[in-house]
Each structure stands twice: as C-alpha cells, then as structure tokens.
Write a protein that binds this ligand. Structure first.
Ligand code: FE2
Length: 275
C-alpha cells in the first residue's frame, strides 16, 4: 500500500476516515452554536442588523482574518434587512481565526494527531493561517463555485494545503465536496487580491477551463478528514436536503514561502503558528 504522502501527491486530495471521533465532531458543532448564540446577544449583531449594508462590505470580511466573524447565507435577509429565519439557521460560516481565538477550536486544530498528519504529508514547515466553521444548513446552505484554495491563500512557491473535517455525514444530497482527481497538476486560474485604496479584486492568471466532467463527489462519514491540495479544483452544491452538512476547515501554508501583501488575509508572522 502506498503511503499517504504519495497518494496525496498523486490525487491532490486524501480521504482519512474516522480521523475525528463523533464526540469531537459534536463538541465543535455545540461550540459553534454557542458562539452563534453569543453573537446574537451581542452589540456586534445589533449594529450589523441596524446597519446591514455597511457591515457586509469588504471591511468586515477583510478584518475577519484576525477575528471570529459571522457570515450569513445569501438568502438569509428579507427586503427590510431582517432575518427570515432564526440567526443560527441563517449562518453560512464563522471565520477566520477560530483556531487561534477559541480554545475549543484551537485544541482540535493543534494537537499531536494533526501534527503527525502534517508530518506524514511532509508539511514540516507548514503553519495554520485560516480556519472556518461551515454550517451548510438544510435547504438554505448555498453552493460554493469551483475554485482552488490557492486563489485565496497565494504563496510563492504555491504551498496552500487545506484540512476539511466532516462534522456530519456529507452526501450528494446535503452538499458534499466535489473534486477533480489529479486536478492539482493544472495551473492556478485566479488570485484574489486586496486593491490599493481598499476593496478586493479577482485577477485572472490562466484561462484553462475546469474539467467539470471529471469532478467526483466525495461522500464521507462524520469524522472524516479530507486533505486538499491548494491547486485542486473543488466545489460543493447547495444543500437541498432536510439535514445540515456542518464542517470545519483549516488552511495551512509553508512558513518559508513568500506571502504577498496583497493576499486578502493578512496576519502577523507571529500569528502564523504550526500545528
Ligand atoms: Fe475551498
């Protein structure tokens, strides 16, 4: 049997069943619910609600790299700016520094097991740079278009590797990941940049189309870890089912690689720490 490093380098992804226990998955989902509840009671949310437009601008997103910030599903608000459903079931994700700022997420992200996995993959200099909790709620959980994670966390040389943990069973019906095996050997299509003077822009690098006919669904059980190469094209469909597909993802980069100032996510070097 090939080792996991060879498998990862060949496919561009790796599926590790039963990486996390059901108890660990439940603990993260309970924690996210608690964070969402705290947010609901907070001034931050009342400000967001009264000033919906400005709170959803680039500034909120761009500063979320150092925060525990809350992002809503596209269809969550009515024309008056009020939530159509309860806050928890309106959330799309929480990001992007859970792994540094929340003790429960930190303990899950940084421990002997994740460290050993990173070492087995030869990611000895990799540091955590981003984390997100994804709700993908029943019926409302939206699609994520085909993309490569390196578009959002660009380094020279390219080094982004993501670790995606299924906290619930992920199936085609509830919007599992789809990926193109071997697609990490194709070029990086786009980079997402901060613009001088504010805002962001998507810059085109390569026009090679994504090969959607070769995308396969990665249906996995609760507790599975999917490792994703930064160049691997992947996406997920909307959740049309009656149950959620919660997941937690962390992204890592090589600390020795060049990290441009124009990447959307900017963190001090001291905040880019290993597993
Ligand atoms: Fe992604």
């Amino acid at each position: 049997m090939k080792n996991i490093k060879d498998q990862f380098e060949q496919q561009g992804y790796l599926i590790l069943d039963a990486f996390a226990t059901a108890e660990q998955c439940d603990q993260l989902m309970e924690r996210a619910m608690l964070l969402a509840n705290d947010y609901k009671q907070s001034d931050r949310f009342s400000i967001f609600q009264t000033n919906n437009q400005s709170a959803t601008t680039d500034d909120y997103f761009l500063s979320s790299g150092n925060q525990i910030a809350f992002f809503f599903e596209k269809g969550a608000f009515n024309e008056h700016g009020d939530l159509k459903s309860d806050l928890f079931h309106s959330l799309n994700k929480i990001g992007h520094a859970l792994h540094d700022l929340d003790p429960v997420f930190e303990a899950f992200s940084r421990n002997e097991k994740t460290r050993a996995l990173a070492n087995d993959l030869g990611l000895n200099n990799h540091v955590l740079i981003q984390s997100m909790f994804i709700f993908k709620h029943a019926k409302i959980g939206g699609e994520v278009d085909v993309h490569q994670d390196s578009t959002f966390l660009y380094t020279e040389p390219e080094s982004c590797v993501g670790f995606w943990f299924a906290l619930e069973d992920a199936t085609i019906e509830n919007g599992c990941l789809w990926a193109e095996p071997g697609g990490h050997r194709t070029p990086l299509r786009k980079v997402f940049k901060r613009k001088e003077g504010g805002g962001t822009t998507m810059a085109l690098l390569d026009q090679t189309p994504y090969d959607s006919s070769n995308m396969i669904p990665l249906e996995v059980k609760k507790g599975t870890c999917i490792v994703l190469h930064g160049l691997l094209p992947h996406y997920s469909q909307p959740n049309t089912s009656g149950r959620s597909r919660q997941a937690y993802a962390i992204h890592t980069i090589d600390s020795q690689a060049i990290y441009p100032e124009w990447n959307w996510l900017q963190r001090d070097a001291a905040d880019r720490r290993p597993f």
